[in-house]
Every structure is written in C-alpha cells, then in structure tokens.
Ligand binder design. Sequence first.
Ligand code: NDP
Length: 351
Amino acid sequence: MGMPLRRKVLVTGASGQDGYYLIDLLQKQGCIVHAQSRRQTHPNSHLSGTYWHVGDPTDGDFLDSLIAGVMPDEIYNLAAISRPVLSWGLPRETAEVNAFLPQQICELLLKHKPGCRFFQASSSEIFGDSADRVQNEQTPCVPKSPYGAAKLYAHRIIGAYRTQYGLHASTGILFNHESPQRPLSFVSQKIAYAAAAISLGLSHTPETDERGRPILRDGKIALGDLSVRRDFGFAGDYVEAMRLIVQHHAADDYVIGTGEDHSIEEFCNEAFNLVGRKWTDHVNVDPGLLRKVDSHYTRANAAKIRSVLNWQPKVGFRELVSIMVKAQIDSIQSNVPLSGEPDNGRRSVEC
Ligand code: NDP
C-alpha cells in the first residue's frame, strides 16, 4: 500500500524558528498541516492554511485529544525549553517538556495510531563537552545541562520504543541552526542585528538583550566568549532533513549538521565585513556574559544522513550570515520585526 496522497501532519512546538520553516515546507509538499502552540498569538500565527491547536502539550488530556482528534500520519515534535542556559532556571519544566513529552507522544501513538511516523528534535547538547573532535551518532553522550540531559532521555527512550514496539520513531541530533527567524536572545541574531543597525547609522538600538540593555549601545555590542566554536547551519536546510528522515522506510537516529565549525569571532567578522565595518570597532567582551556550562565546541559528522538519505546543507556559513544581516536591515528599515506578526489568516481549533 502506498502512502495517502495528502499526508496529515502534526507539528508540536510549531510557533518557533523551525516550526516556521517546517510548516512552509510541509505545505509546499502538499501536506495537511496541524500545528500546536500554547499561545493564541505567536510569531507563526500568520502562516495561512494551517490548523492551529492552542494548548499545553505537557497536559496529558490536551495531548491525548489532540492526537486522537487529528489522527496524524506524521508528528514532528519541536516543543522544548530550547535554550540550555534557561534550563537551569526551569529544571522541572525542562524535564517535563524536553524529556517526558516525547515519551508521552510515543505512548499516545501506541494508543491511537501506531502506524504514525514520529520525528523528535534531538540536540548536539546531548554530547556535552565530548572528547571527540567531530560528533556522530556513536559519540559518547555527557550532557552538561538540564536541557542536554532531558534531550538525552528523550533520545534514548525513543530508541527504546522503536525497538520494543516497532514504532517508526526517529530523532535528528540537530546542531545549531540559525535563520532570520531566530529570536534576538540568540547570539547569532544579536550580531546580525547589531551589524545591520550600524550599517543604517544607529548607535543605540531599541531592542534589548537578556539583561534589558540595548543590544547596541554607543555603537558597541556586548558579547561573551568569542572563541566558542559551533557548527552553524541554516534552519531551512534542517527541516528538509527532518522530512527526509520521516519519509525513509526505516526509522533511525541521524546527526544533522554542516561539518564545519566557526567561532563567534568569525561570525562577528563576517557580519560586520558585510556592512563594510571592522568587528573589533563594535564588539566588547563582557565577562558578565561568559558561561560555564555551554558546550564549547560542536562539529557534526553528518556522513550517515548524507549517505543514507542524500541530505546535504545548501546554505554555507557566509551565506547564512549574509541572509541574517540582510533580513535585519530590511526589518529595521521597514520597522517590521522579523517574528511576531499579527494574528491573522489563522484557523484556530481549540482542543
Ligand atoms: P524555538 O525555541 O524557536 O521553539 C520551541 C517551541 O517550544 C516553541 O514553539 C514553544 O511554543 C515551545 N515551548 C517552549 N517552552 C515550552 C513549554 N514549557 N511547554 C511546551 N512548549 C514549549 O526552538 P527552535 O524552533 O529553534 O527548535 C526546535 C527544536 O529543535 C527544539 O526542540 C530545540 O530544542 C531543537 N534544537 C534546536 C536547535 C537550534 O539551533 N535551533 C539545535 C538543537 C536542537 P509556544 O511557546 O508557542 O507554546
């Protein structure tokens, strides 16, 4: 039996960056898209043609009636406390959302629709400070935060459900991926925003950082450790990987990354170069922003997904930075924030 022509797909945690790109991709591929958020009004509300379901996915009754009501052919779980640094302040909630929610989805699939395919957004943070220079599916996991530990629980339990019950449940071990949809609280977006603001002649910005200070003050941006190296990819490429993983006949775990690593300093250099400035004139290192717990170094070995699913990222580092800076220039010039569009064109279904 072939797959039904129009797949019914449920995306949980759909209001964030990846939700934006995944919903767009699913719609282009002809899927009927159901999306969940806890918020009536959220940044992706404007994506038309999507059935939004408002409720808390960690509420067992809500989740049960959501899955039983939609009876999806595929579920993508993106919901998470998605910043390791925040997970320290919300350890219990992090466990509930990042660890137990994916397990509960497996349970409900067994109850309502065991044939549904399931994708879980896993994270390179499960590796922690890995001794391996490059991380693949076999790299030992030594998570260093409640975020990483909870994601590792979900990662392992999904593997266990796959083996125990034959669920088509897969994980993507996602390395950092960025885009114009990244919130300004992330360093990549802060840098892109600062470079864009400088290029437009601003030296003080209305947007503030996590400490409530203008991101650009007297023409300078305050950042933490510039030597941190990350494998930075483009979110649009990563949601394509998610879809390929779900479409493959056999469920499995895959590392998703570019295989290149770049430092925060290189990100600054690239962003400020694009607007004809020297990053050293505009970046201050603030010891108050140095973190003890972040993984210092990530670099993916994505050979498995390349060979099994023929996935490769299309957007390289330079293009990624350029896309983000240009989007910020447009946003500042038009005075329209990159996310947070008004709640329109939306069909909301309460469960
Ligand atoms: P976002 O932070 O943009 O979106 C996360 C989603 O989770 C939001 O839609 C939010 O929905 C939901 N959420 C947040 N807190 C809770 C909570 N307490 N209870 C229920 N839902 C909650 O993340 P991204 O789109 O960037 O990432 C998608 C997934 O990929 C996440 O699971 C993340 O951990 C993972 N990942 C992402 C990486 C990246 O670089 N982007 C790297 C590695 C993994 P709402 O508030 O509307 O309910």
